[in-house]
Design a protein around this ligand. Structure first.
Ligand SMILES: Cc1ncc(COP(=O)(O)O)c(C=O)c1O
Length: 436
């Protein structure tokens, strides 16, 4: 007779409350995914929502490079179905080194590349290897998921509230007071959620400060300050906005930088789960076992296929040109539409899109009254208003740790067509005019 486990789990509130560790009990799921869940339910109920929520791609809108599909099928058919090495396959690790040499001018020796199932395992493992409970982690907001990683590693945090006039990047002055004590500084460029890039001069100043601080620490035998440089969007920069690395601006930074990278965004392959960290070999040696114990390696056929395509830049280039153009088309429609509304005197603004798949926009609506008579008091009220009255789904910066009431939100364009973007702008304009 089958055992009904569901029935056994009923009335187990006390057991459920006593089971998780205190750390697990305080763990929260992604605020962005919670919003996306609500939006998806609305879409499933038949409403035609322009979904700018998750930092993901809708495969029907943005497909991965065709060759990648082909190579994965070939690798699978060739029987590459056994465990890959925990550190990643030698082919992919070497291909990543060649990519960094060819595209970024950085020659890393063997032993510096850790493959993972996307960028997250290398991020989590790097923090785990670097941070003792109570160590100081410094990052700015808005930013993606640093709060969760800080919590999981029981880090102390210093959170810098970045400003729109700085492209929501932290300034060197704002960081300076915390560098003496910090264990890890986190930077991300192009930035999720803002779609901005760090300026060369700013990154150079920050790197110089890190190198100086680490000279001081070396003299007294203290643990170094490490920069976690998340560049998962690095190939997606627009116009004059270039991507820079800490190591090219100050070569000494090779000793103190953990690069985070993946095919998730730059090849629209979020669901393939292939990412990597590039770091000094002594750190990589610690990160490897952690990724191994979690079993957070990428699937072998996908690793092998990625390795092949990374070595074929001429095959990827036309796909990449089109991909970037498609992303930019959508961002430009949104930016121009929002700027036109602003110029009409409507309470909205936007930053120019410099990279990634995001646009920062501001809806200055708190204090206004919604068509249903409700006073708009919070960012969440504004989000609900845009969703229910304009069928436009966005994520407020509060979900990225930004202070409440700013009105700033993220538009992510990976799941929308050009027509979706145009329609959204029309509906937003109609709503803002109606609000008066
Ligand atoms: C800045 C940044 N880093 C890392 C990731 C995680 O990437 P992956 O899906 O490869 O784990 C994301 C995903 O949204 C991101 O925006």
């Amino acid at each position: 007779m089958a055992i009904d486990c569901g029935a056994l789990f009923e009335n187990c509130d006390d057991l459920a409350a006593r089971t998780p560790s205190p750390l697990a009990a305080g763990m929260e799921g992604s605020a962005i995914l919670a919003i996306a869940g609500q939006v998806n339910a609305r879409i499933a109920s038949g409403v035609n929502v322009a979904n700018f929520t998750v930092g993901d791609f809708k495969p029907g809108v943005f497909a991965i490079p065709e060759k990648l599909t082909e190579y994965i099928s070939e690798e699978l058919a060739a029987g590459h179905t056994n465990y890959p090495p925990a550190v990643g396959t030698p082919e992919l690790r070497s291909a990543v080194r060649r990519l960094y040499e060819r595209e970024l001018g950085l020659v890393y020796p063997e032993g510096c590349v850790q493959i993972g199932s996307g960028a997250r395992p290398p991020i989590y493992s790097a923090f785990r290897v670097l941070i003792e409970p109570g160590d100081l982690m410094v990052y700015s907001v808005p930013s993606w998921n640093n709060n969760y990683y800080a919590y999981l590693n029981q880090a102390r945090v210093e959170v810098i509230v970045a400003k729109p006039e700085d492209g929501f990047m932290p300034t060197a002055e704002a960081l300076a007071p915390f560098l003496r004590e910090a264990r890890v500084l986190c930077l991300n460029s192009p930035l999720n959620p803002c779609g901005t890039t760090i300026k060369k001069e700013l990154l150079a100043d920050i790197c110089d400060a890190i190198v100086d601080e680490n000279k001081r620490r070396a003299a007294v035998g203290h643990r170094p300050l490490i920069l976690l440089y998340d560049q998962v969007y690095w190939q997606l920069t627009f116009g004059e906005h270039e991507h820079f690395t800490p190591v090219e601006l100050n070569p000494e930074m090779a000793k103190y930088t953990v690069f985070i990278d993946a095919i998730s965004k730059c090849w629209a392959g979020t669901g393939l789960r292939v990412g990597w960290g590039v770091m000094p070999p002594w750190m990589r040696g610690r990160v490897g076992p952690l990724v191994g114990h979690m079993g957070a390696w990428a699937a072998r056929p996908e690793q092998q296929a990625t390795a092949r395509l990374l070595d074929e830049p001429e095959v990827v280039a036309p796909w990449m040109d089109q991909f970037k153009q498609d992303v930019q088309d959508r961002l430009t429609i949104l930016r121009d539409g929002l700027w036109a509304m602003r110029d009409e005197g409507l309470p909205v603004d936007a930053l120019d899109a410099q990279g990634a798949i995001y646009l920062s926009a501001r809806f200055d609506l708190i204090g206004k009254t919604a068509p249903n008579g409700k006073l708009l008091e919070t960012d969440e009220d504004v989000r609900q208003l845009l969703l229910t009255e304009a069928d436009v789904a966005i994520v407020p910066f509060t979900a990225f740790g930004y202070p409440a009431g700013s009105g700033w939100v993220r538009f992510s364009v990976g799941a929308v067509s050009v027509d979706d973007a145009k329609g959204a702008i029309e509906r937003l304009r109609a709503l803002l005019i109606r609000l008066g």
